[in-house]
Ligand binder design. Structure first.
Ligand code: BV8
Length: 226
């Protein structure tokens, strides 16, 4: 089982959520990625997402994404879960991607309760409107919102039965995704962390590779293929 966070996309040029080079001007993601912020100021929230969409549209997947594409073919039971909404795993060629927090290229009409892809960037108008006239929202999971029940249940089930659990490029601070590593560990899975820094998972990991995901995953892939 693979679980990726913002750190697997930084080498493509997408800033992480936390730390220096954070995501946008002087806003904290936690202040913008909430239903309350959207209710209060949909224009600013959509400006942030439009900025991220434009950034993502200009970058490419990196060696870390491509290494996971190859790994998908090497193991008969391979599950990739991501907290990222950038869609780079799919663009790299990963076939089975389970998005715990949604996807920045999809929008949702709250009035009709339907989602669809709106890939136009920059957006034709901010905030984008549905044909029915309602204000569309990004089809992502905001802080304080529940994750898609089916995907979260699958992630927990796979974590509880996997042989290896790789957490890659995640600060492991956002729940409930962060707890997946503990579920794997408690059920006998070997937990492997790939990160540039120590995180709360490090102390329970069986192995921690401190380094850039692109380099570490490429090296691991070569070692597995030998
Ligand atoms: C929930 C989508 C139940 C949007 C995201 C109070 C009220 C309500 C909830 C809570 C609360 N207190 C706590 C919570 C729970 C909350 C939470 O965990 N908060 C945190 C801040 C404490 N969680 C939630 O709200 C979740 N829902 O709990 O539902 C519920 C329901 C109702 C009421 C109560 C509870 C929903 C969480 C999902 C939020 N949405 N994204 C968007 O993207 O715009 S989260 C977003 O942040 C990302 O998706 C990601 O998950 C997270 C960022 O984490 P990382 O991916 O780890 O990124 P980060 O920048 O932090 O770290 C990057 C790492 O990579 C670093 O460690 C760095 O060293 C490393 N790195 C960088 N470059 C590299 C690298 N490593 C290797 N190589 C490199 N090159």
């Amino acid at each position: 089982m693979i679980s990726t966070g913002a750190g697997i996309s930084t080498e493509s040029g997408i800033p992480p959520f936390r730390g220096s080079g954070g995501l946008w001007q002087n806003f904290k993601p936690e202040d913008l990625a909430t239903p309350e912020a959207f209710e209060r100021d949909p224009v600013t929230v959509w400006q942030w997402y439009d900025w991220r969409r434009q950034l993502i549209s200009k970058v490419e997947p990196n060696a870390g994404h491509y290494a996971l594409v190859e790994m998908e073919h090497l193991f008969h039971r391979f599950f990739l879960f991501t907290q990222n909404i950038d869609g780079l795993h799919q663009r790299a060629g990963s076939k089975q991607v389970h998005e715990l927090h949604g996807n920045i290229w999809r929008v949702r009409c709250p009035a009709e309760d339907r989602t669809f892809v709106l890939a136009q960037t920059p957006l034709p108008g901010i905030p984008p409107l549905c044909e029915c006239g309602a204000t569309l929202r990004p089809d992502v999971v905001w802080f304080g919102e529940s994750l898609p029940r089916d995907i979260l249940n699958l992630a927990r089930e796979v974590a509880s039965s996997c042989d290896f659990f790789f957490t890659i490029g995640s600060s492991s601070t956002v729940e409930p995704a962060a707890s997946l590593a503990w579920i794997a560990r408690e059920n006998g899975g070997v937990v492997v962390e790939v990160n540039e820094e120590i995180t709360p998972v490090t102390e329970i990991a069986n192995e921690c590779f401190l380094g850039k995901a692109g380099t570490v995953l490429s090296d691991l892939l070569q070692a597995i293929k030998k």
